[in-house]
Design a protein around this ligand. Structure first.
Ligand code: NAP
Length: 283
């Protein structure tokens, strides 16, 4: 069997097509806060800016120096919270070492209505209630759900889904969003014993670790749908967590890296910014 390729660009384009007239009408504005010059962040920000330009969404980039103090960063967040022209803003992670342990406090300082990455406790908490309350869901999990829906795998009722990741930005909210859709969800992480015994049960296997070739062919159930979220920069370019060439022989569908989930994270961010504007106008 050779797996169908689930390319994110096609899905992102359909989301952008739907959003473009709304963006024209509502004129939302996204602001990206960057601290320092992390090369991966530079490249993610470039993609976000490129997509904003493509859909005609206003954007701004607040680029702070690496040694910015936490007080200065709080002041930037407060300013954006209070600026009526700013629909939403994101704090590009990771932060430099001296700020990294304060991330929960920076997120707590953000106005939830402007938290278009969906990282604040308020927005994560809302996703726990039910699908109907996923107003500003975390961008990567929302992108994965959009990908499954686009390719006809959106009905996950009763499916065994195994997620390899338990971070606050991917695994935990994704598990909740899949539970909201009645999947049976297993969440694995670094302390999970015998990872393969879990992944082999998966109808849908989602890996977001950042370890090339962590997921080998023998860890995948024949016919499974494999969503590879992991990104590792190698001398040959970006690679995911799956031993792609081998896994595609056993899976029924698989996302490539790059070009799989990545474009959908950006599309979800833009969709969240439009939703934020709609809700701000309503209130
Ligand atoms: P993270 O916070 O470092 O999470 C990594 C997760 O993998 C943790 O749950 C970790 O468990 C688990 N893990 C580590 N080694 C493992 C192993 N040997 N077996 C099983 N689980 C293991 O990172 P993140 O921010 O969630 O991102 C994860 C990956 O996804 C990265 O490669 C990142 O670049 C990528 N990503 C891609 C997108 C996209 O749009 N495509 C978006 C977000 C993230 P412990 O915490 O117990 O160590």
């Amino acid at each position: 069997m050779t797996a169908t390729l689930l390319t994110g660009k096609e899905v992102a384009d359909s989301i952008f097509k739907e959003l473009t007239p709304l963006i024209k009408k509502l004129d939302p504005k996204l602001v990206i806060i960057q601290v320092g010059d992390d090369p991966a962040s530079e490249s993610y920000i470039k993609q976000k800016v490129k997509s904003c330009d493509a859909v005609g969404m206003r954007h701004d980039h607040v680029h702070l120096k690496t040694d910015v103090t936490k007080e200065e960063l709080f002041a930037v967040i407060e300013k954006l919270n209070g600026d009526p022209d700013v629909t939403g803003f994101i704090l590009q992670l990771p932060l430099p070492a001296h700020l990294a342990s304060h991330v929960p406090l920076f997120l707590r300082a953000m106005e939830p209505k402007k938290d278009v990455d969906g990282f604040t406790a308020y927005n994560i908490g809302k996703t726990l209630i039910s699908k109907e309350f996923e107003h500003l869901p975390p961008a990567t999990p929302a992108g994965i759900i959009a990908l499954l829906e686009f390719y006809g795998y959106g009905d996950v009722t009763g499916k065994e889904v195994v997620i390899v990741n338990h971070s606050n930005v991917v695994g935990k909210p994704l598990a909740v969003m899949l539970l909201n859709r009645n999947a049976t969800v297993t969440v694995c992480h670094a302390a999970t014993k015998d990872l393969g015994s879990h992944t082999r049960r998966a109808d849908i296997l989602i890996s977001a670790v950042g370890k090339p070739k962590l997921i080998t062919k023998d860890m995948v159930k024949p016919g499974a749908i494999v969503i590879d979220v992991g990104i590792t920069r190698t001398k040959d370019g970006l690679v995911g967590d799956c031993d792609f060439e081998a896994v595609k022989e056993v899976a029924s569908a698989i996302t490539p890296v790059p070009g799989g989930v990545g474009p959908l994270t950006v599309a979800s961010l833009i969709r969240n910014t439009v939703r934020a504007k709609q809700r701000q106008l309503e209130s």
